[in-house]
Design a protein around this ligand. Structure first.
Ligand code: NAP
Length: 253
């Protein structure tokens, strides 16, 4: 029996937990950060809350007899990714990163890539007056200095404090192309700001921006934290399942 920890908070992590739920050779627990008050829960056992850093995560892995950590967290969740990269080898636990590929700019797109959210705010201010922020709530403060712009910020839950220069739109994806197009058109958005989250669930905003001729400020993913050079990364759940089958076969051989 392989005991698996899925570091989650993403759609892929929920798909993975569902795929492992009925297996007899795998027992898995999903972990969520506890950031939102009503999280989408994966199938199966779930624990919620931070571990307390890499050393405490390593202790948790040992104490729970975890044989494999699957880091399926969001591409911008750099803290937990760093922790897992350090904790897994320290605990002698196999490690795999599941990371969906970033989006690719097409010939009709007008993307402006930036490193960091301050640079994104400067780029957005240079491109338009009615800005649509789809970056979550954690980095809104980078945009609070833009007093002479109208800013619509889409969030799952309110930031604390609520930036006074923003109109909040509380909602949770996925979104359709029709709804994204009419949202941007009705608010006369002239620049979209997004993380390079990748995946199909939030991609319609990019298609809508393309069809409306709206420029996009794309905040680059954070760089991979230091860790073992051979730490494996796969782009999808099928890759995780293949990796896990190899791990189980190697363990029983
Ligand atoms: P982060 O900056 O990497 O995390 C900060 C701290 O929160 C981590 O050091 C860890 O605390 C704890 N943590 C994060 N994810 C955890 C998990 N799955 N299980 C247990 N503890 C976790 O992460 P974040 O960007 O705030 O994202 C938090 C969660 O939301 C992640 O699980 C991520 O998959 C999900 N999410 C993030 C985004 C995004 O844009 N950042 C978007 C969608 C979903 P300790 O150091 O105490 O262990």
């Amino acid at each position: 029996m392989l005991r698996v920890l899925i570091l989650g908070g993403t759609a892929e992590a929920r798909v993975l937990a569902a795929a492992l739920a009925d297996r007899r050779d795998v027992q898995c627990v999903s972990s969520l950060a506890g950031r939102v008050s009503r999280p989408r829960l994966p199938v199966g056992p779930v624990r919620i809350g931070g571990f307390g850093g890499p050393d405490s995560l390593a202790d948790w892995l040992r104490a729970n007899g975890i044989g494999a950590v699957i880091d399926a967290t969001h591409p911008y969740a750099a803290g937990i990714r760093r922790s897992a990269l350090l904790a897994a080898p320290a605990a002698g636990t196999a490690y795999l990163r599941l990371e969906r590929p970033g989006w690719i700019e097409g010939p009709q797109d007008r993307w402006h890539r930036t490193v960091g959210f301050e640079a994104a705010a400067a780029a957005a201010a240079g491109l338009g007056h009615r800005i649509f922020l789809t970056i979550g709530r954690q980095n809104l403060s980078a945009f609070t200095a833009l007093h002479d712009r109208w800013i619509l910020a889409r969030v799952v839950e309110d930031p604390d404090p609520v930036p006074p220069n923003m109109t909040l739109l509380r909602s949770r994806g996925p979104y359709s192309l029709d709804s994204e197009t009419s949202l941007m058109a009705s608010h006369r958005i002239d620049v979209l700001v997004t993380k390079d989250s990748g995946g199909p669930l939030t991609e319609p905003k990019l298609v809508a921006a393309r069809s409306l001729g709206i420029p996009v400020v794309m905040v680059d993913r954070p760089p991979a934290p230091p860790g073992p050079a051979d730490a494996a990364v796969v782009p999808d759940v099928a890759g995780v399942l293949r990796w896990m089958d190899r791990l189980i076969q190697a363990g029983s051989g």
